[in-house]
Design a protein around this ligand. Structure first.
Ligand SMILES: O=C1O[C@H](COP(=O)(O)O)[C@@H](O)[C@H](O)[C@H]1O
Length: 258
């Protein structure tokens, strides 16, 4: 597991632009090394702003979008096309503007999908991730090159909220969430083991409302009070922040833990 590194940009706009450039380079590098790439997207303010900037970036043509698998880190369990779904927002900001292979776009389950409960949907998504990892002959399941995670003001990432049962999951890679403190209450999320299997994990935060959560995520040794403290990548963990969100970053970062 990698120790977190912190990169601070002047403001949210610059953070979104610089992160978009990083996303493009990381996908190009993954495709050069392995022939394909896999990313898990996040919802949230800065997460969607990054996708919007990828769309505007001329260098986006350097990515072979048809050889990219697109997954999600979490989803609000609402009908397909609902404005609050992370999928809807990602499609509008970026995905609808790319030449993706539709078979490689993997939305999390929607509330109107064939008699699915969130539990059934989560199980099916985990199977889809497992099958993709197997096809790729990957060393981990899921096999994600990059997981993007917006950090909430309560230090939640994906739909892993402080003290929630989903945070304690040690076996399954995808679970249903009920009673989320942030609406909507029903969600589906990758678990900590799934996030930790990723090559790179980037935590994104902008604004003063996130400063305390970011400070906690960097200081905390992974308690149930700070889900963001548990999100670490195998090769690299980056906290990508604007100056406002970086207000409580500790002067010395803790070493990597297992
Ligand atoms: O509900 C969610 O919130 C977080 C963070 O959102 P933000 O607006 O505070 O940046 C997001 O990362 C997650 O994917 C989403 O479902």
């Amino acid at each position: 597991m990698s120790a977190p590194a912190v990169v601070v940009h002047r403001d949210a706009d610059l953070l979104a632009k610089a992160t978009a450039a990083r996303v493009i380079t990381t996908l190009v590098d993954a495709q050069a090394a392995r022939g394909h790439a896999a990313i898990a997207l996040t919802g949230g303010t800065i997460g969607i702003a990054v996708l919007d900037q990828v769309r505007r970036e001329p260098a986006r043509d350097a990515v072979d979008w048809r050889r990219l698998d697109v997954w999600w880190g979490d989803e609000r369990f609402l009908p397909s096309g609902d404005r609050e779904r992370n999928e809807t927002q990602a499609r509008e900001a970026l995905l609808d503007h790319l030449e993706l292979d539709p078979a490689r776009v993997h939305p999390m389950p929607a509330a109107d999908s064939a008699a699915d409960t969130p539990e059934q949907g989560a199980h099916r998504y985990a199977e889809e991730l497992r099958a993709a990892a197997e096809r790729a002959g990957a060393p981990t399941t899921p096999a994600l090159d990059l997981v993007l995670l917006g950090v909430g003001p309560d230090a939640h990432v994906a739909s892993l909220f402080p003290q929630a049962p989903a945070l304690a999951e040690t076996e399954r890679t995808v679970v249903a969430v009920h009673g989320s403190p942030k609406p909507p209450p029903t969600r589906v999320t990758l678990t900590v083991p799934a996030i930790k299997a990723a090559r790179e994990v980037w935590l994104l935060a902008s604004g003063t409302a996130k400063a305390e959560a970011v400070g906690l995520a960097l200081r905390d040794s992974g308690s149930a009070g700070a889900p963001a403290a548990r999100a670490r990548g195998r090769s690299r963990t980056l906290f990508l922040l604007d100056e406002a969100a970086a207000g409580q970053v500790p002067s010395e970062l803790p070493p990597a833990r297992d």
